[in-house]
Design a protein around this ligand. Sequence first.
Ligand code: GLV
Ligand code: GLV
Length: 323
Amino acid sequence: KLMKVFVTRRIPQEGMKLLSAAAECEVSMWDSDEPVPRAELLKGVQKANGLLCLLSDKIDAEVLDAAGPNLKIISTMSVGFDHLALQEIKKRGIRVGYTPDVLTDATAELTVALLLATARRLPEGVEEVKNGGWSSWKPLWLCGYGLSGSTVGVIGLGRIGLAIAKRLMPFGVQRLLYSGRSAKSEAAEVNGEYVPVDTLLSESDFIVVSCSLTPETQGLCNKAFFSKMKNTAVFINTSRGAVVNQEDLYDALSTGQIAAAGLDVTTPEPLPTDHPLLTLKNCVVLPHIGSATYSTRSVMSALSVRNLLCGLQGTEMPNELTL
Ligand code: GLV
Ligand code: GLV
């Protein structure tokens, strides 16, 4: 008997090829580059045995109920899983596959790019070249902040946080501080010092948020958080938007409480084009492209299909989330 699979978006070819080659599957897909409308998702999952989804699909009790008791595996083409109602999923005995590791390098590279772009004001500079604002080489024009001799603070030194730290050290970073639930032995690779978050905030010139979104980290970066940062410090978030209270960030940026912010993630996504943060020159916002290299997305798609197929067969997945 064929296994029913629903795929919530067009995914890269490598994943699609693997999926079409799986003779045991009857695949239906939301065949678009745009998100599946909620009603289509609820319809698409009906009687499905497997679901392949993205981080933009909210998989909650309503979706699980619409799917019914045949659903065995949810495979998300992402490392993050805050879009999945894990309690509900666990309760129903459904397994979850995700894609850690394969996007670590791409996300760390993007984080370094965003940090440098924000600290050295690249988007502003590009804009000035185009709009005629470039009148001369000027001693104090478009000055920013450099990594050499600086202190960097990483909030959440997990796989991606560590990869970011490793890439930043060669820029001449003097001290690497990190905070999180526990000290990590891997921190030795970057001479990382485990410190209380307040110490990290008051001593860092660059603060990089790289933790996962959990009830503990939701809204972590709020008014009190920003008020402990240096006025010259640069704030970078490439994890999840909801770790940041965006109103408090806006206030911190517009009052000069902190120097600048670079965000690859926001709430909501997409961020409305009339959002106050987008009026600030010292805020660089990217459209959640941390893992967006051709090869990484290709590998992510293949891995998420392999997770899906193993979940359908009831065998060991390359990357199963422990629920
Ligand atoms: C990206 O944000 C991911 O979770 O894969
Ligand atoms: C910069 O281009 C310099 O020559 O100082």
